[in-house]
Design a protein around this ligand. Structure first.
Ligand code: HEC
Ligand code: HEC
Length: 352
């Protein structure tokens, strides 16, 4: 009898302690707000529920050079907040050992609505995306195994993984999910354009005229509200003789996809120079000159561009005024997306 009651008591105690520890793991849900009049996002939140702790871990990782082989490059080295998470002033970005990327870093914004990633759509799940820069020899040149070893040496990270996922286990899936939680929150929806659409303010005349021209000549590809229809198109851009980048064709092996690139969003476009998949256009004026004069009409060039895009200097001025209304300074300055105290505190000593 005695032995039975001892077993019973022990079982109850084990049960209670398991219930208790499970109870302790209560991450704070983080709400993803869909801006008014926008479609539902395509990202599968059920598979990676957003939490404050997961987001904070993702942000710490995004800003940490620990993800690169020689601890010199973080995601944020190439994706800088004040320029909508592109690389400021660079056509191509720097990776480790003075290497360069072969494409212009895109802005990171509104990724929750995107079905595929990169200029050629070579990646079709956001959670898979970080593996490419982490392992690419011209970006971070590191291995996931080694990152896991480095993170395990750091007690702050162990705490953050526990807070986000319930225990201290650090693995590839948790790393990529946490990073996704950070980048998915990068929603830009508060530009002057958005405020006008919500009826909170009005365009001034040049902006309004620019918007009308935009709707005639640009919106077919740079579709509202994302200012891209997420399709791959040939806008008359020729291959750079060094980079020899044929865009979408690299993914599909289909000749008809030669020199097609994803239509980039024009949100925050004024701050994201240089432009184009390889950053060949240093200013908006270069882009306008491309559309009205320099572009090459080839076999694959989009049917909408068979006659290039006629644009007068006057129209260019108005279009430019309109494009300025797409700058979302609340997004560019949102402290929620800036490096946290984790990344700047002196006690955040990396055991690199
Ligand atoms: C050395 C510079 C560099 C680093 C470091 C870097 N990126 Fe990028 N990132 C780029 C470039 C260049 C592209 C475009 C690549 C392409 O189109 O082939 C890109 C593309 C992306 C995209 C796709 C965006 C879109 O609209 O398709 C995401 C998301 C992204 N990076 C997130 C990250 C994250 C997260 C990290 C850190 C783990 C990171 N990047 C590190 C340069 C960098
Ligand atoms: C047929 C579709 C199409 C039309 C119409 C079009 N674009 Fe584009 N646009 C593209 C594609 C595709 C790219 C990417 C080119 C590349 O990869 O280098 C692009 C790139 C751009 C860029 C560079 C953005 C960046 O971040 O790199 C700007 C700016 C731009 N377009 C503005 C305009 C304006 C303004 C109009 C109207 C006058 C317009 N586009 C009409 C398809 C189009």
């Amino acid at each position: 009898m005695k032995i039975f009651s001892t077993i019973l008591i022990i079982t109850v105690l084990i049960f209670l302690s398991v219930a208790w520890t499970n109870n302790l793991f209560k991450p704070t849900p983080l709400k993803f707000v869909v801006p008014k009049n926008w479609p539902q996002p395509v990202y599968d939140f059920k598979n990676n529920p957003l939490t404050k702790e997961g987001f904070e871990l993702g942000r710490a990782l995004f800003y940490d050079e620990i993800l690169s082989k020689d601890s010199t490059i973080s995601c944020a080295s190439c994706h800088q907040q004040f320029v909508a998470f592109t690389t400021y002033g660079h056509n191509l970005s720097h990776g480790i050992n003075n290497s360069f990327t072969t494409r212009n870093a895109p802005a990171l914004q509104n990724l929750a609505w995107q079905n595929n990633f990169m200029w050629d759509g070579s990646i079709n799940h956001l959670d898979m995306q970080p593996i490419t820069p982490i392992t690419a020899t011209n970006e971070m040149g590191e291995t996931l195994q080694n990152i896991i070893i480095k993170l395990n040496r750091n007690k702050h990270y162990k705490q953050m993984f526990k807070a986000a996922f319930g225990n201290e286990i650090i693995n590839t899936q948790r790393i990529t999910k946490a990073i996704s939680q950070f980048v998915i929150m990068l929603v830009s929806s508060n530009s002057k354009y958005d405020k006008v659409m919500r009826g909170e303010t009005k365009f001034i005349l040049p902006e309004q005229l620019g918007y009308e021209i935009f709707k005639q000549k640009c919106v077919a590809c740079h579709k509202e509200p994302f200012f891209t229809d997420f399709s791959f198109r040939n806008n008359g851009i020729t291959a750079d003789s060094n980079l020899k980048d044929f865009g979408r064709m690299n993914v599909t092996n289909n000749k008809s996809d030669s020199l097609k690139f994803r239509v980039p969003s024009l949100r925050n476009v004024v701050v994201t120079a240089p432009y184009g998949h390889d950053g060949r256009f240093f200013s908006l004026m270069n882009v306008f000159e491309h559309y009205r004069k320099n572009m090459k009409v080839m076999q694959n060039t989009d049917s909408l561009l068979q006659h290039k895009i006629p644009l007068t200097n006057f129209e260019i001025g108005q279009l430019t005024a309109f494009l300025y209304t797409l700058t979302d300074s609340a997004f560019l300055n949102n402290t929620m997306f800036a490096p946290s105290s984790y990344n700047i505190a002196p006690n955040f000593t990396h055991n690199h």
